[in-house]
Structure formats: C-alpha cells, structure tokens
Design a protein around this ligand. Sequence first.
Ligand SMILES: Nc1ncnc2c1ncn2[C@@H]1O[C@H](COP(=O)(O)OP(=O)(O)O)[C@@H](O)[C@H]1O
Ligand SMILES: [Mg+2]
Length: 379
Amino acid sequence: MLLQLNCVIVDSDAGYRQEMADYLSGYGVEISAQLGEVEGLPSLLSRGNATQLVILNLESQGIAALRKIGHLPRQYPNVCFFILSKVVDAGLLMEAMQMGVREFIPLPINEETFTTALDRVAQQHGMGKRARVLHVIPTIGGCGSTTVACNVAAALAKTGAKTVLVDLDLVRGGAASYFDIRPRFTIADVMESGGSLDKTLLDNALAVHAGSGLSVLARPDLPEDTLRVKPAGFSRLLNLLSRVFDYVVLDSVMSIEPLYATAVQAADVNLIVMQLNVPSAKNAERFVGALRRTATDPHKVKIVANRYIKKGHDIEPADVERALGLKIAHYIPNDFKTAISAINLGEPFVLRAPKTEISQSLMGLAELVNGKNARAIAA
Ligand SMILES: Nc1ncnc2c1ncn2[C@@H]1O[C@H](COP(=O)(O)OP(=O)(O)O)[C@@H](O)[C@H]1O
Ligand SMILES: [Mg+2]
C-alpha cells in the first residue's frame, strides 16, 4: 500500500484554503478536512482520523486562535502542527514553541522552506525517501529513447533497486510491450477528475516484470484517455512514486507542455537521446536551448548518442558538443539485431543478452546516472 500524509487545513479564507489544498495535493499530501475556524479542530482530532499534519493560518484571529488550540500539540504528539502567520513577533513565536508547534511559517510562504518542512514530516512518518528521477527524452522519433529508458530501468531493477518505469509517451508509447506485459490499468486510470490520484488503483496499475522486478506504469489504451493525465495529478503521482521507489524512470517525449516541464524540473537527470544526424542534432539544440532558458541546472542534463558507429556518422560529435554547449555523456553502439529482437521477444537486451556490447553500454549508462558515482554527477 502506498503511504500518504493526512492533513487538516484550518483557514478562515475559503480561497486560501483551496489554494493550500491544491498545492499540497500536488505534493502528495491527502487533505482529510478543511476547516474555516479553529473551533472544529479538537473534535476532529478526537475522532482519531489518523491526521498527521495540521496547517493553521492565524491570519484573521492571531494569537487568540493559537491559544484556542494551545493544548492540542501536547495532547496529540503524533500530529505535526504548522502555524502560518503574517505577523511574526518574538512573543508569538515563543508561545507557539512552548505549545509544541513544530513549524512556524511566516506569510507569504517561501516555497522552499515550506516543502523542506513538509519533507521533515514525511520523513518522520517513514515517507521521506526521495527516489532518483530519470527523465528520458527523444530528439526525433525512433532515436531509441524507449530502448534507453527500458534498458536503464531494467538494469537498475536487476541490481535490486526498487525501480518503476512510467510511460509518458501518452499517445504513441509502448514501454509495456517492451516487457511483454499487459497491465489492466494505466496512468490514466490512476488519475481522478480533480487532478487527484487514486492510490488503490495505482497499486493495481503497477505491473511487475517477472524477469527484473521492475514495475511498469503503462500509457492509456485509448488515445482520448491521455487527456485525463494532468500536471497536478502527475506531480502527485511523481511524489508518491518517489517515496516508494529508489528510481523513477520516465519514458518521455520532447515537449515543453506543463506536464513535461514538471518532469524536467522533477528529474535528477534529463537524458537527451539523439543520433548523430542533422535532424536529431537540430532538435537537441532547440531543446537544450529551452532548458537553458528555463534555468534547468546543466548538471541535470546529459546527452546520449545512440546507434553510434565509429565511422560514417553524418555529423561529428565535436560539432554537436560545440552546438549544444554540452559534452556527449555516453555513446551507445548501433546493434539493430539485438535491439529489435529484444523488442519482439518482450525482454530488454540488458536481461536477454547481457554480454553484448550494446547491453554493456546500457549498463554503463545506468551506472552513470544512478547517483552513486559522484564524479559522473559533477561531469
Ligand atoms: N542502439 C541501437 N542500435 C540499433 N537499433 C536501435 C538502437 N536503439 C534503438 N534501436 C531501434 O530503433 C527503433 C526505435 O527505438 P525506440 O527505442 O522505440 O525509439 P523512440 O522511443 O526514440 O521512438 C527500434 O526498432 C529499436 O530496436
Ligand atoms: Mg519511444
């Protein structure tokens, strides 16, 4: 079963309440109740509804509201209390601390401080683990990004790391068929209309590949169902998956739409898969430019040249590197026979033919991006 934090929001302003609820949902937090006033809180907590976090905005009532719940932090030591306040004075802070309030958060919220505080609560409830997110992006159709995503994911899973592969090529993708698995549910089924996430369905939708232990979340069967996958639901999904898995591998597309921008930002590594030809290099350059303009950390972008042949490629690696302003981090040799037979047989070549040069290369790539090699991260 996937874990989630249960949270109660207390805020007299319905608009702020909803804003906070939406923000927290995107972060993987379950909103069990929203209250307009603090008076309802004691009876709610006494019902033992497994609340783990209370977020209270003092806004309109100030210290008076704080005093009304003064006894609660000690009475419910397993519940974290976050106090939000526009006014920050030493007396208020001191009083909150003495009551056992965990976090005092000045308004307007500093997002980084706030998410760090949320992470601390998640940690305390055994949900703090953050997976390494690998986002695999093709530059042209057929350049081999699904091959890279599937084989890197299988190689990581094979080492015993808890790994999930998510097919984000929502219309055309076929990651599940690379593993010959036909899940009953897909990424669209785990989304609900309000952009929230159905946890039970997610448990069911993750199909496990027997050969490697890899979990796979497939793309929807019906193209029209892709419309159900929205940025808010996707962020929530990513947050949940990152708490449960060691690695989340996203088989993606080249896009700057909000869903994919979320993936770029969430990723520890954005792997840009290209071939050494002009159309692929042009798109790589356009996309790397877009990443630069959105201030994506260059250390989080890695260029992979696939189907590499030592002699006879259309353009020189050095020219590509100059145009991109980035080194090519990894080369994968051209081996169509191994690549296609693995697809036809529904088992990644790193598992089926681990000794081949192409498999060794993919295992090397998995090592390069697994986050364990400090030198590779800095490179
Ligand atoms: N290194 C490689 N050598 C030879 N063929 C490859 C290689 N990588 C991928 N392919 C082949 O290229 C085709 C497209 O691969 P795929 O991974 O589905 O691309 P994409 O997801 O980028 O559209 C497949 O037939 C696959 O077998
Ligand atoms: Mg693909």
